[in-house]
Design a protein around this ligand. Structure first.
Ligand SMILES: Nc1ncnc2c1ncn2[C@@H]1O[C@H](COP(=O)(O)OP(=O)(O)O)[C@@H](O)[C@H]1O
Ligand SMILES: [Mg+2]
Length: 236
């Protein structure tokens, strides 16, 4: 297994507020790893640090290379692509234009192939291709956010709360497609408050609690743990 992402002792503060107190985690090539935890635990902050949106101390290595000081567009060129919390799509642009933006740095000949693949994964985006993104439902917008991220050909896809605000049926569809994306070779670091869904799709998981890793391990094992059940799955 090749280690794709290695985080050691990551600390992030917003002014006087320390959001992450020295967390360590790793993601191997081919894995789906999930970072679960309550609102405010520091999940989005972790993804923001990886994708260069906030400054940090500690170490983040991607494919062996230390990150820090790299701009988000340079990270995208390395294969690190972030579908952020709140989706970050351009409401006034069409679905087609949003997808094209995902590939804005690419000069290779495979862009059209990847676009066809995204529309195969998310047929509804094909039906809506000329509509402005703002007219899409929440689930369709989430699909567009993932589709746009895929247009950058990520080696590692950072996904922040893809289920947020979506009906269970739509969430199920999105998670099924995440499995397909992973099976086709993309490594995924998935941030979720929906621990039940996240533990179902991931191989390994880290539980974040107020800026610290409370526990981590095999996702199926964690899903069976009384503590995780009680605090994150609303069971017991
Ligand atoms: N831009 C910000 N300015 C100040 N504090 C922030 C900011 N973003 C997040 N925080 C704080 O950092 C902590 C972690 O937030 P966040 O990473 O968004 O958590 P999560 O994604 O797990 O809900 C919280 O206490 C939150 O209030
Ligand atoms: Mg968040």
């Amino acid at each position: 297994m090749t280690r794709l992402l290695e985080i050691e002792n990551l600390e992030v503060s917003y002014g006087a507020i320390r959001a992450l107190h020295g967390i360590s985690l790793e993601v191997d090539e081919g894995e789906v790893v999930t970072l679960i935890g309550a609102n405010g635990a520091g999940k989005s902050t972790t993804l923001r640090a990886i994708s260069g949106m906030v400054s940090f101390s500690g170490s983040i290595r991607f494919a062996g290379r230390p990150l820090g000081g790299l701009r988000p567009d340079e990270l995208v060129a390395l294969g690190l692509v972030h579908a952020p919390e709140g989706r970050g799509i351009f409401a006034n642009l069409t679905v087609a234009e949003n997808l094209a933006l995902g590939a804005f740095q690419r000069r290779d000949a495979e862009i059209a192939t990847d676009r066809a693949r995204v529309l195969e994964l998310f047929p509804i985006l094909g039906e809506r291709i000329g509509q402005s993104a703002g007219t899409l439902s929440g689930g369709e917008q989430q699909m567009l956010a993932i589709g746009r991220a895929l247009m950058a050909r990520p080696k590692l896809l950072l996904l922040d709360e893809p289920s947020l605000g979506l009906a269970p049926q739509v969430t199920q569809t999105i998670f099924r497609i995440l499995r397909e994306i992973n099976a086709a070779g993309t490594t995924i670091l998935l941030v979720e408050q929906n621990a039940h869904m996240a533990l179902g799709v991931a191989r390994r998981a880290y539980v974040l609690e107020t800026g610290e890793i409370a526990t981590s391990g095999d996702a199926r094992t964690l899903a069976q743990s009384d503590d995780v059940k009680k605090h994150y799955l609303g069971i017991g």
